[in-house]
Write a protein that binds this ligand. Structure first.
Ligand code: PEP
Length: 252
């Protein structure tokens, strides 16, 4: 089975109901190449409305941006994986650096979130990535593989097939600074080699690894053209329909 090409958008905490549904509607009318899958990371409040709107649109799916690690209970303000399953949400983003940084989500919590999401048949977009300080120290490879070990190494080969990795260097997120295509390829290969050692050839060859960090219409093609880059997780540029359309068409 070959890997999918994925253009994922992360809307973060942007857009109101009307703006969000308008963007989803515009994307639903876009020309999406047959071999590309689009996943939209949508705020909880209009996740269900977007799902309903996109129900019969081929190759466009929806992701939640987070879920809680507990099954249910007294966690005011939180949303569970079972709630996402109950609205047939197919994907959830887990471990975004903003969740790690601003909400104290460490590797142990993220491992629990991954388990809970998989228990509820959600596919997980699992984010990892190093800070500028770590990269300057030349420790980015060991840092990122350690993140993967801490949150994913307990999974079975079968479970790993429900995971998509998003490599997102923190220094490139929302900064306008992008990893060069060579830097992205180097890390993606490192990640794939780690997956190969830990889970074997089949998992390593089948798992999609996305790049995230200031992907734009102007740089998507060169990044997506790298052998081990299977697409992107796009923040800012995914809010701009025209740019996102170009990004969707940037696979060769
Ligand atoms: C992101 O939010 O995951 C991201 C990569 O953001 P941006 O594309 O804006 O850097």
């Amino acid at each position: 089975m070959s890997r999918q090409k994925i253009a994922a958008g992360n809307w973060k905490m942007n857009l109101d109901l009307e703006e969000g549904l308008q963007l989803a509607r515009t994307i639903s009318h876009m020309e999406i190449p047959m071999d590309v899958n689009v996943i939209l990371g949508i705020p909880y409040v209009y996740l269900k409305s977007a799902l309903d709107m996109l129900l019969h649109v081929p190759r466009v799916d929806v992701a939640a941006q987070n879920c809680h690690q507990a099954e249910s209970g007294a966690f005011t303000g939180e949303v569970s994986a079972s709630m996402l399953e109950s609205i047939s949400c197919p994907y959830v983003i887990i471990g975004h650096s903003e969740r790690r940084m601003y909400f104290g989500e460490d590797s142990k919590i993220l491992a629990e979130k991954v388990d809970k999401a998989l228990e509820h048949d959600l596919r997980v977009i699992f984010c990892c990535g190093e800070s500028l300080q770590t990269r300057k120290a030349g420790e980015q490879n060991s840092y990122v593989t350690q993140q993967l070990k801490e949150s994913l190494s307990h999974l079975s080969q079968k479970q790993m097939k429900s995971i998509i990795i998003a490599y997102e260097p923190i220094w490139a997120i929302g900064t306008g600074e992008t990893a060069s295509p060579e830097q992205a390829q180097e890390m993606h290969l490192e990640i794939r080699n780690h997956l190969r050692e830990s889970f074997g050839d089949e998992v390593a060859d089948q798992m999609e690894i996305l790049y995230g960090g200031s992907v734009k219409a102007a740089n998507a093609k060169s990044i997506f053209g790298q052998d081990d880059v299977d697409g992107g997780l796009v923040g800012g540029a995914s809010l701009d329909a025209e740019q996102f359309q170009t990004i969707i068409k940037s696979f060769s």
